[in-house]
Design a protein around this ligand. Structure first.
Ligand code: NOJ
Length: 553
């Protein structure tokens, strides 16, 4: 693969706690990932992105990092990760890790050192320690909210447990204090962390909350719209004091210089929620990040006009700066695609999360959506278990839920555990082959084994077979690696048809029927279809509702 592998790559996201458990403690680990690399190579993905694997108290699924140069002992150690990278490279897979620069764990040595001093100290200057407002400075410095609910500020207490009148900033959980990126020591430390991992062969990083590192001087109020109860709604508004400040781009330019010193150059994908297409494109300039996550695509409902508009906007925004678009339907933060569309189909809000909605329709739409996504130009993400068509586990009891936002919002939000239930590798009870001891850190529902890898290996009709086929075609068909696509007009506005231009073997037509009536689509041969039984007749297919197909054009 070339140095430009990231432009067309399919990247498989691993949530290490839930992927494969080799040690038998009910928690996934690096050794478990190693045992499944052959499965991933056979699936046909180009790279893996592993969510945080660092030493962490795990108050936010590892996004609360205590030591960026140590692996969480429950997952393994640095030598094991080096072996993982070596094994992956041998199989032709790249390895991307998560890096979390906005905040650290409250157990990080820097924060512990700060707590042992008074605000105003050199130790506190690495964080945002700000005087409160009101009598006795007893109120937070401003109106900013934590993304996980409640104020973004917590009081700094003295050794006797009394308020100091100063507050520290945490845009996420109170156990995740924000770092002060105006401080040169913070910048130097992270560039050193990048080198630490790049020197060990890591191919790149997914950058957690890549938009929030610089805060507006003076910490002004953001004057939020009434009714907003958590700090990052889907509507990121221009000029907000804590997101998308111009100064953040200097950081990414400096990181890019580090990445470009390696051969092959290392790559970055940013978690970016921007306020405008131009704002998003700014992160993708040639001297900044290589790609960014496409949240608009992920959150698009089952609606042909809106989906088409999101595809067009994504391509034109990335195209402004010569970057590839990316596509994503699932992650460790959002309900499974099948279940989102099941809600949608039942007329429920896509963010409703009370589930299950119309699961039968969700199954069809989830399969179709995954096939359609893999037919778009650029780079695509698959979240572990998406290739099995797993559903959201809505029914997890409050007592087993671990998402910190669940507690901070008194159960109103923070339902991210339902997409983090461990992977069913077999249908053997208990534990579905996740680990040798049958244990799993989140309980598996009774239908889990039926969706397992082992079961689907025995069936040509499963989602696994569909994804495998699509990924094989992405490799064998030059048309699917081309950078461009064109829409093909269709008389039914609920049917999306696009053409990928090929050289030699010809064009490939990708189509999805989001409407209620079957629709004819022209093409000479069915290469892949999201449901069985779609055949060509008279130079085309009759595409049923809730179905996607790839045809030779
Ligand atoms: C985004 C990550 O995807 C999410 O899981 C995490 O909770 C927040 N950033 C905070 O790090």
């Amino acid at each position: 693969m070339t140095a430009n592998w990231w432009r067309t790559a399919v990247i498989y996201q691993i949530y290490p706690k839930s992927f494969a458990d080799a040690s038998g403690d009910g928690i996934g680990d690096i050794a478990g990932i190693r045992t499944r690399l052959a499965y991933l190579a056979d699936l046909g993905v180009d790279a893996i992105w592993v969510s945080p694997w660092y030493r962490s108290p795990d108050r936010d699924g590892g996004y609360d990092v205590e030591d960026f140069r140590q692996i969480d002992p429950r997952f393994g150690d640095v030598a094991e990760v080096e072996a993982l990278i070596r094994d992956a490279h041998t199989l032709g897979l790249r390895v991307i890790a998560d890096i979390v620069p906005n905040h650290v764990s409250d157990q990080h040595p820097w924060f512990r050192a700060a707590l042992a001093t008074a605000p105003g100290s050199a130790e506190w200057s690495l964080f945002h320690a700000v005087a409160g407002r009101g009598v006795g400075r007893a109120e937070p410095p401003n109106d900013w909210l934590s993304v996980f609910g409640g104020s973004a500020w917590d009081p700094i207490l003295d050794a006797a447990g009394q308020p100091t009148g100063f507050w520290y900033l945490h845009l996420f959980d109170a156990t995740q204090p924000d770092l002060n990126w105006e401080h040169p020591a913070v910048r130097a430390e992270f560039e050193d962390i990048l080198r630490f991992w790049f020197d060990r062969g890591l191919d790149g990083f997914r950058i957690d909350v890549a938009t929030s590192l610089i805060k507006a001087p003076g910490y002004p109020d953001e004057h939020r719209a009434a009714g907003v109860e958590a700090g990052l709604s889907l509507e990121v508004v221009e000029g907000q004091p804590q997101w998308n400040r111009p100064g953040v781009h200097d950081i990414w330019r400096a990181w890019r210089r580090v990445a470009d010193q390696y051969n092959p150059p290392r790559v970055f994908v940013g978690e970016v929620w921007a306020d405008s297409p131009a704002g998003l494109a700014a992160y993708l300039r040639p001297d900044e990040l290589h790609t960014v996550f496409n949240f608009d695509y992920m959150m698009c409902p089952w609606d042909a006009d809106r989906l088409r508009a999101v595809v067009d906007a994504s391509l034109s925004t990335a195209g402004l700066v010569g970057a590839p678009a990316t596509w994503v339907l699932e992650s460790h933060d959002k309900p499974r695609v099948r279940s989102r569309f099941a809600l949608d189909a039942a007329g429920m809000d896509i963010n409703d999360r009370s589930g299950p909605g119309d699961d039968a329709l969700g199954v069809l739409r989830g399969r179709a959506a995954t096939l359609f996504m893999l037919g778009l130009p650029g780079s695509a993400y698959l979240y572990q278990g998406q290739e099995l068509g797993l559903r959201e586990v809505w029914e997890l009891a409050a007592g087993v839920r671990q998402d910190p936002a669940f507690a901070r919002t008194h159960g109103a939000d923070g339902l991210r555990d339902g997409c983090r239930v461990p992977i069913p590798w077999t249908d053997e009870e208990p534990g579905c082959g996740f680990g040798p001891a049958g244990m799993s850190w989140l309980p598996m529902p009774s239908d889990w084994g039926a969706m397992s890898v082992a079961r689907q290996e025995r069936s040509a009709a499963g989602v696994l077979a569909l994804v495998r086929r699509a990924l094989r075609l992405r490799r064998s068909e030059a048309a699917l690696r081309s950078a461009a696509m064109t829409w093909v007009a269709h008389e039914d506005p609920a049917v999306l048809v696009l053409r990928r231009a090929g050289i030699g073997a010809g064009d490939i037509v990708v189509a999805m029927n989001l409407g209620a009536a079957p629709a004819r689509v022209e093409g000479s041969e069915v290469l892949a279809a999201s449901t069985a039984g779609i055949r060509t007749a008279d130079g085309g297919v009759l595409l049923p509702p809730n179905t996607a197909v790839w045809l030779r054009g």
